[in-house]
Write a protein that binds this ligand. Structure first.
Ligand SMILES: NC(=O)C1=CN([C@@H]2O[C@H](COP(=O)(O)OP(=O)(O)OC[C@H]3O[C@@H](n4cnc5c(N)ncnc54)[C@H](O)[C@@H]3O)[C@@H](O)[C@H]2O)C=CC1
Ligand SMILES: O=C(CO)COP(=O)(O)O
Length: 338
């Protein structure tokens, strides 16, 4: 990648779901040469030839310059920027297969918002572990970025987090378009935690929405959700200001409020009385919080951080506790100062 500017970079986007496809379009619109990797050849063909991803972004016209392939080696050939956009819990398996194909100096950008089950690692930590890349080559993007709105070119901002400021600026230039405005932030830990925990809080918001509660409930959950995210961040060395920014409050507000959010929608189904299994059967795209609520809680416990909302979501999603009982338990916790 051009050391001064990432503009015009040769990029591979791995994962042709709703966000991978949308971000591939952003990169093309910003002037990059992009190849998108889809698992199924018929989807790769539809993206390249019909210029549509009918499974994940029906009705969105994709740019002419966007090529897609089902062959990861072809996507990765000579890539300077490699974008990872698969579900968090499948990153490790996917990356083990892709690692031998990665060009040695490529910059690796994670779009994922989750914490790995079992290891409690953030996605950038998994990327470093599997690829051997140092922190100067690994970045994460996070912010209020509901894919469909961005695919429709509705204005939005985001954060590119990387320990190396020059790298972050390269990536910023690589994806800056008239409708997509990236900021940089050196706080990778805070940005990744913000993205992962907001999915859990969005599930909680969906659950209460499904039970018929209104805006006071949602605002209370967003605010207390932010408090527990910031507590976790403090324990893990994140910058407190990150949580007041796009990757913290910004993403929480968007995800907890939008009917486009898969996590909120999933929660709504639980709040209306579906079981997790029933809700999963009606969900095609990933709702990361359903699995990550457990790894986020494990991470909190490992660092002695109290995360009552995350714990409540784990109890509803994985311990069979009815949503109404969960609300009662949360509301009757010991009274304390804010
Ligand atoms: N969709 C959105 O609005 C946004 C999503 N994200 C994050 O980006 C990441 C990717 O999300 P989306 O593209 O939305 O997900 P999606 O569910 O729309 O697509 C997932 C993609 O990963 C592929 N994949 C590879 N291995 C897989 C496996 N083992 N199981 C299931 N799918 C597999 C699928 O074929 C598909 O192309 C997630 O961590 C999500 O939280 C972040 C910002 C916005
Ligand atoms: O991360 C997102 C918005 O920033 C997308 O949220 P969902 O995964 O809940 O759809």
């Amino acid at each position: 990648m051009n050391p001064q500017s990432g503009q015009g970079a040769r990029a591979a986007v791995l994962g042709a779901g709703s966000w991978g496809t949308t971000f591939a379009k952003v990169l093309v619109d910003a002037g990059c040469a992009v190849t998108l990797h889809a698992r199924r050849p018929e989807l790769a063909r539809a993206i390249s030839e019909d210029r549509e991803n009918p499974d994940y972004l029906p009705g969105i016209r994709l740019p002419k310059g966007l090529r897609a392939t089902a062959d990861p080696a072809e996507a990765l050939r000579a890539a300077e920027l490699v974008v990872l956009a698969v579900p968090s819990q499948s990153l490790r398996d996917n990356l083990v297969q892709w690692a031998p194909l990665l060009p040695p100096d490529a910059v690796l950008l994670s779009l994922m918002k989750g914490i790995e089950l079992g290891t409690t690692k953030r996605m950038s930590q998994v990327v470093c572990e599997i690829t051997g890349a140092g922190p100067d080559r690994v970045a994460a993007m996070s912010g209020p970025n509901l894919a469909r709105e961005i695919a429709e070119e509705q204005p939005a901002a985001t954060v590119i987090a990387c320990a190396d400021q020059q790298r972050a600026e390269q990536l910023q230039a690589a994806c800056h378009t008239p409708y997509f405005r990236p900021y940089t932030n050196p706080d990778l830990v805070g940005c990744e935690l913000g993205g992962a925990v907001k999915n859990v809080i969005a599930l909680a918001c969906g659950i209460t929405e499904g039970m018929g509660f209104g805006d006071n409930t949602r605002a209370s959950l967003i605010t207390r959700g932010l408090a527990e995210t910031a507590r976790l961040g403090a324990a893990l060395g994140a910058e407190p200001t990150t949580f007041a920014g796009l990757a913290g409050l910004g993403d929480l507000v968007a995800t907890c409020s939008s009917p486009l959010s898969r996590n909120r929608t999933f929660g709504e189904k639980l709040g209306r009385g579906m079981t997790v299994e029933q809700a999963l059967q009606t969900t095609r795209q990933v709702a990361e919080g359903v699995k990550s609520c457990r790894s986020v809680l494990d991470l909190g416990r490992a660092h002695g951080v109290d995360m009552p909302l995350t714990e409540a979501v784990v109890r509803v999603c994985h311990e069979g506790v009815p949503a109404a009982q969960m609300v009662k338990e949360i509301m009757s916790r010991e009274a304390k100062p804010e």
